[in-house]
Design a protein around this ligand. Structure first.
Ligand code: DGJ
Length: 715
């Protein structure tokens, strides 16, 4: 079981150091940060520090404390939360790893790969710690590869991806917790002695609990511009655990990985268990720079086609829900074309005949076009879209089944569930057991069988609307049931990788009952994700704010709807700070609102999209701290910027100070997206000033009341 590519072919230069050779220090560096490790006299691997770039330091005079062991193992003297726990073939529950060798390889001009090989002092049990250091982005990806050649299988109980140690007076942790329609809500707390665990035990749709990312600030609460700050994001869509332990000496260890809960894994001789990558970044310029590091990394390494503009789309979900037919959809296509939209996305409800998908009670699993609703099939609709100059996209939920489906009647054993228990449905559906090879193939054929025959479908929304509550498999052996959580996610990734490989021209949106899959494990196969089913722009500001800490604007699909009944300008301005889209029935929209939408689409396509989707984000005023939220995006060459102001409560809030501008350059200030016929009342509108003055004095937007907004360009 290995998710990794065979890297030796990519090795351009490699150095190999064995224990006791030139040095016992190992430095994993990026432009501004470094993770400094060393081998102690006892042969164990220890951490010296992680933070500002430092030259290799000399070996400490004293023996290091066991608590600073870099990847500690249970059972042979280490008494805190371990990174690794294994029961060996003979029943021994301890592991004692020592350093063997390490290599550092240059993969390309931005990336090095360091592999540190560790071996148990007695057993033929090996752990390779892997570090991909992305230089310019200051991101270090870390994962572990575990294998053995013992006689019998080894049971792995714990298998963190990463477990670095921090040393400061205080530790402030921000989590991004949530629920359906309430994703990525920020909450910061000071860590106290003991263990703080942030996790998901759901397998799918983690957002019910939280998203697997966090911010850690040293010595003071996190701030946008200042302070030593770390960002962590686990590239895993299944159950995860982020555990923070402050010990008696006020050291902090942050363990991140697959949730060990109910997940013990019997590893066969020769098999490789690769943990998911944990992404770390560090900055001494606060969480703003931490976010920009993640964004830069994502656009180069973490997302598909990071530089490709994301299309402006119209989705029919909130426009029609399940209630549509061919005529209705064709009328939506007409409206989309008239508005200037680039792609039409057909959502849930287009399939199922014996069990028609007319609501969420039936049809999942039967992926044949519903001939009552769409008698001429998907290719007809996609052709209609093409004739109107629109791309066409489709919604799928390949991992799920309704008991009311032909599939379930044929294969009840394909669903995840426990023997002798009544199947517990959620949204009237069950998860398909992807660990069963036939099910994995079936799920892949849902994708391939929909996209393959319809080359006009060039966009896919991949949804998953329930999580696992009865974790049993009729495929896995009784003693292997706990593999379900992990093997499900690996099978899912295999299918997602096939999507990327077989359909390179299909733009892919990741979705899981709203923002339930917002992680870089799945996102590497996708272009963007759906952050939430909550599309009320006043709530959406908070959700987008939360996700912006880890994901660039081009990854966030922001749709304009009528939810919350806010002014259409406010809804448009909120959506334009990410990938602009629409979920509205245009026939029910007033001519004035339609005109406002058309104007915003033109503005977005012609001017704003490139700045927002490719620019650097500066969060200026948090919606958690005052009556409004403000943020700006600046092009990489700093020639243009766009500032968004969202007034959430009534009240004067003073001037907004943009950031990221070139201090020496002159910018013209222009308020954009004004209602037809309106003139900006902003004093600075039309004026020219240098970046330094603009950033120092700020500008005074005209928003005063809740639901007002402004879009201001610096050119
Ligand atoms: C949940 C998604 O978040 C929605 O956008 C929509 O696609 C529905 N599923 C369809 O069932």
């Amino acid at each position: 079981m290995s998710l990794r590519l065979n890297l030796p072919a990519l090795m351009l230069a490699a150095i190999s150091l064995a224990a006791g050779a030139q040095t016992n220090a190992i430095l994993i560096g990026t432009v501004n940060s470094s993770l400094s490790l060393f081998v102690g006299r006892d042969g164990r691997l220890y951490q010296r520090g992680y933070g500002r770039s430092a030259p290799e330091a000399a070996m400490p005079a004293k023996d290091p404390a066991r608590e600073t062991e870099f990847y500690p193992q249970f059972g042979d003297g280490f008494i805190l939360e371990p990174a690794l726990q294994a029961t060996h073939g003979d029943g021994n529950t301890s592991t004692d790893l020592e350093y063997v060798r390490h290599t550092t390889t240059t993969l390309d001009d931005d990336t090095t790969l360091t592999r540190i090989e560790l071996k148990d002092k007695f057993y033929p049990f090996f752990v390779t710690l892997c570090f991909k250091a992305c230089q310019k982005e200051d991101v270090i990806e870390q994962w572990a590869e575990i294998r053995h050649v013992e006689r019998g299988p080894v049971t792995l109980w714990r298998f963190a991806s990463s477990a670095p140690v921090f040393r400061a007076k205080q530790y402030w942790l921000t989590q991004f917790h949530g629920d359906w329609a309430d994703e990525a809500q920020m909450l910061e707390e000071r860590l106290t002695p003991g263990l703080k665990v942030l996790d998901s035990k759901l397998g799918v749709r983690a957002s019910r609990f939280r998203t697997p990312s966090f911010i850690l600030s040293l010595n003071k609460p996190a701030a946008e511009k200042t302070g030593e700050t770390y960002g962590g994001s686990l590239a895993w869509s299944g159950s995860f655990q982020l555990a923070f332990e402050v010990d008696w000496d006020n050291r902090l260890r942050a363990l991140a990985g697959i949730n060990p809960f109910d997940s013990q894994y019997r590893l066969q001789r020769g098999q490789v268990f690769s943990t998911p990558a944990m992404l770390w970044t560090w900055s001494d310029h606060g969480e703003g720079q931490v976010s920009r590091n993640f964004h830069h990394w994502a656009m180069l390494h973490g997302l598909r086609d990071g530089a490709q503009p994301r299309p402006v789309l119209l989705n029919n979900w909130e426009a029609t829900y399940f209630d549509f037919n061919e005529n209705k959809l064709v009328s939506l296509l007409d409206g989309a074309r008239d508005l200037g939209v680039e792609l039409f996305l057909l959502d849930d409800g287009w399939f199922g005949n014996q069990y028609p998908r007319n609501d969420d009670r039936a049809g999942l699993g039967d992926w044949q076009v519903n001939t009552n609703k769409l008698p001429r099939g998907l290719s007809f609709l996609a052709g209609q879209a093409r004739q109107r100059g629109l791309r066409f996209g489709i919604w799928l939920e390949p991992e799920m089944v309704n008991p009311a489906s032909a599939l379930y009647h044929r294969h009840p054993e394909w669903a995840v569930g426990q023997l002798h228990r009544e199947p517990e449905t959620s949204r009237h559906q069950l998860d398909l057991d992807l660990t069963r090879p036939a099910v994995k193939e079936f799920a892949w054929n849902v994708v391939a069988g929909t996209l393959g025959p319809n080359p006009d479908i060039t966009y896919l929304k991949w949804d998953a609307n329930r999580y696992i509550t009865q974790p049993g498999s009729t495929w896995l052996q009784p003693e292997e049931q706990s593999r379900l959580w992990i093997d499900y996610t690996l099978a899912l990734y295999h299918n997602m990788a096939r999507l990327k490989q077989n359909f390179p021209n299909v733009t892919a949106m990741l979705c899981s009952g709203g923002g339930g899959r917002a992680d870089y494990g799945a996102l590497k196969y996708f272009h963007c994700f759906w952050p939430s089913d909550n599309t009320d722009p006043a709530r959406r500001v908070f959700i987008q704010w939360g996700f912006s800490h880890f994901f660039p604007a081009c990854a966030l699909c922001n749709h304009v709807t009528r939810s919350g009944h806010r002014p259409v300008k406010f809804a448009l301005d909120v959506a334009m700070s990410g990938d602009l889209g629409f979920d509205v029935d245009l026939a029910k929209t007033s001519p004035a609102d339609r005109a406002a939408m058309a104007q915003a689409i033109t503005l977005y396509k012609d001017e704003l999209r490139a700045i927002v989707q490719q620019g650097d984000l500066y969060r200026l005023e948090s919606p958690y701290d005052g009556p409004r939220a403000c943020l700006d995006y600046v092009t990489p060459d700093r020639s243009k910027a766009v500032l968004f102001v969202y007034q959430l409560k009534d009240g004067e809030a003073g001037s907004v100070k943009p950031r990221g501008l070139d201090p020496a350059r002159k910018y013209q200030v222009r308020e954009l997206n004004l209602p037809a016929g309106a003139v900006s009342t902003m004093a600075e509108n039309g004026e020219t000033a240098d970046g330094a003055a603009l950033m120092k004095d700020g500008i005074q937007p005209s928003c005063r009341q809740a639901n007002q907004s402004a879009v201001i360009e610096f050119h």
